[in-house]
Design a protein around this ligand. Structure first.
Ligand code: SF4
Length: 65
């Protein structure tokens, strides 16, 4: 199953991950990505990858467990 890893120290709150793939990426009250590590269904992999690619800080990655 795909897993999203967030390198929180690099997340700058641009919110582009959420704007690109709101079904995958949630934001906290300050616009920072949540949570740090999440296993998602295979069907969400393309959206997760698009959202990760939209992050200007390269804070997100999609891996396989
Ligand atoms: S796009 Fe990147 S920097 Fe912006 S909230 Fe999402 S993970 Fe954080």
């Amino acid at each position: 199953m795909p897993r999203i890893d967030l390198d929180a120290k690099h997340c700058a709150g641009h919110a582009l991950c959420n704007a690109t793939a709101p079904e995958v990426y949630d934001l906290d009250d300050n616009g920072y990505c949540l949570p740090n590590s999440t296993v998602i269904g295979e069907a969400l992999r393309p959206a997760a990858a698009s959202g990760a690619g939209a992050c200007p800080e390269r804070a997100l990655s999609v891996r396989d467990d």
